[in-house]
Write a protein of this length. Structure first.
Length: 493
């Protein structure tokens, strides 16, 4: 990324007229960069995590049962997005999005350091908790701040989010390549250390250009009264004590973690929707838009429950079934995690250009969501011709074709979902509405861990068949509901 000029004469409230970053507002560049490095560290670590958990001690891993390993990965992925609630609440009620993002980045960096330094499950426990909560705080607030760069009627918004999403995937592409290579040549802790270095670079870049954001995300939109702060601190401490007690008495175990996160996420989503819908601080039009978001939330959760299996089912499939011979050298299985980001980098700009060129003629958000869930279902059905084979039975080209379908599905739904959350958000719940979208990702991610527990070589055909058909069924329902959803969106497209 080139060095950015100062914004001395720019008011970010008028950023809709600024086109200095590939036709987008210039402050997008700093958010693009910090999210890119955060995703480098996040996906770099996650690319080798499941192997660290289930590889034997002789291979440098912890030797955990595979079902427990997928449950841990699913629960971790779900907790990342579940914690966006906390990050959004802190931003909206306490310190604003900008400072929440900064402190979250610091927590992420120390989480990766813990994974690199502490051995065994101690490092896993401390590291994953810190990375999960830090990433949750950063993601919700970076997305919210991107949304603040645009006026409500700015048709560049979806294109801007697609560009932002390309930055995410540059980091997601490079991260697994470098951490996977470090793990293969040196060891798992070297891979985790590289993830920590990546986050440190992102934090440094953000700090240098922090002033260019000016007033974006500086002020919490719904400040918490001072006399209520002690009560919320007590609630937070009690929550930590309860979780610790459940783990101590083996109520929470490695095997049931993803199922527990699924239940917690469903409860949190219901409560969050009720909280927003019952608030006296939103108008009737805003309430209608929140209701319209409910079926989109369900479709998003269904999509992510398949997509996030890249880190569970697809990771195991790549380790055991994929022919990874590259000119006589067997490349690390974790490198497969970089295939999807490569396609995102190639096609994100294409999708952004398409939406920008179509303008008001582009498909509505519900139709985009339906396309995403439909294509995701097709991707799982595409595994069936290769199911039941032995080691090296699936070519890299075949898996790359399936992951290309993953990519098209993602580009139809994920950046559009981020954009839609900011467009449908009530004024007093701006960041928290983004957190609701990430709650759908949390639900899908934890479900991915639970679903992957049912995957094994003996049942591949029925597994891929029913999971794929379920996603296609969701897309059909969304298409049928589109007229009602568009009415409830009250002018938002």
């Amino acid at each position: 990324m080139t060095e950015l000029p100062p914004l001395a004469d720019m008011d970010t409230r008028n950023a809709g007229r600024d086109t200095r970053f590939f036709g987008q507002p210039l402050p997008l560049a700093n958010l693009f960069g910090v999210e890119m490095w955060e995703r480098f560290s996040f996906y770099g670590m996650q690319g080798i995590l499941i192997y660290y958990l289930y590889y034997s001690a002789a291979e440098g891993g912890l030797g955990i049962d595979k079902a427990d390993a997928t449950s841990i990965v699913g629960a971790y992925g779900g907790t990342v997005y579940l914690s966006t609630i906390l990050g959004a609440w802190i931003a909206d009620r306490l310190i604003g999005s900008e400072r929440t993002l900064f402190y979250s980045a610091v927590v992420i960096m120390f989480g990766h350091i813990a994974l690199a330094v502490f051995p065994g499950m101690l490092g896993v426990g401390i590291g994953l908790v810190m990375v999960a909560f830090g990433s949750g705080g950063l993601k919700a607030n970076a997305t919210s701040m991107v949304g603040e760069l645009y006026d409500a009627d700015d048709e560049r918004r979806d294109a801007g989010f697609s560009l932002f999403y390309m930055g995410i995937n540059i980091g997601a592409f490079v991260g697994p390549l470098l951490t996977g290579l470090a793990q293969d040549k040196i060891g798992f802790h070297a891979g985790f250390a590289l993830a920590a270095i990546g986050m440190a670079i992102g934090l440094t870049q953000y700090t240098i250009f922090r002033s260019q954001l000016r007033d974006v995300g500086k002020v919490p939109p719904n400040p918490l009264p001072a006399n209520q702060r002690v009560r919320w601190v007590v609630i937070g401490v009690l929550a930590i004590v309860v979780v610790a007690a459940l783990a101590l008495f083996d109520v929470l175990t490695a095997g049931n973690l993803s199922d527990v996160v699924v239940g917690v996420t469903v409860a949190a989503a219901i409560l969050y929707f009720l909280l927003i819908l019952s608030s006296r601080n939103i108008t009737s039009v805003e309430r209608s838009r929140v209701v319209a978001f409910i079926p989109m939330f369900i479709a998003s959760a269904a999509f992510w429950s398949l997509f996030q299996q890249q880190f569970t089912t697809v990771a195991e499939y790549s380790d055991k079934r994929l022919d990874r011979n590259l000119f006589g050298w067997e490349f690390p299985a974790s490198w497969v995690q970089s295939i999807n980001p490569v396609f995102i980098i190639i096609f994100a700009g294409v999708f952004a250009w398409i939406w920008q060129e179509l303008g008001p003629r582009q498909p509505s958000s519900p139709i985009k969501f339906a396309c995403g869930t439909f294509i995701m279902g097709l991707a799982f059905l595409a595994f069936i011709p290769f199911a039941g084979g032995g080691p090296n039975s699936t070519s890299l080209l075949a898996l790359a074709g399936i992951l290309l379908l993953f990519t098209f599905a993602e580009l139809f739904l994920s950046p559009v979902g981020l954009s839609l959350a900011t467009k449908l958000a009530p004024e007093k719940f701006h960041t928290q509405m983004v957190a609701l979208f990430f709650l759908s990702v949390a639900l899908g991610s934890s479900m991915a861990g639970s679903l992957a527990g049912h995957y094994n070589p003996e049942n591949e055909v029925p597994y891929f068949l029913w999971v794929g058909l379920a996603s296609i069924a969701v897309s059909v329902v969304i298409v049928a509901m589109t007229p009602w959803i568009k009415r409830m969106m009250a002018g938002v497209h």
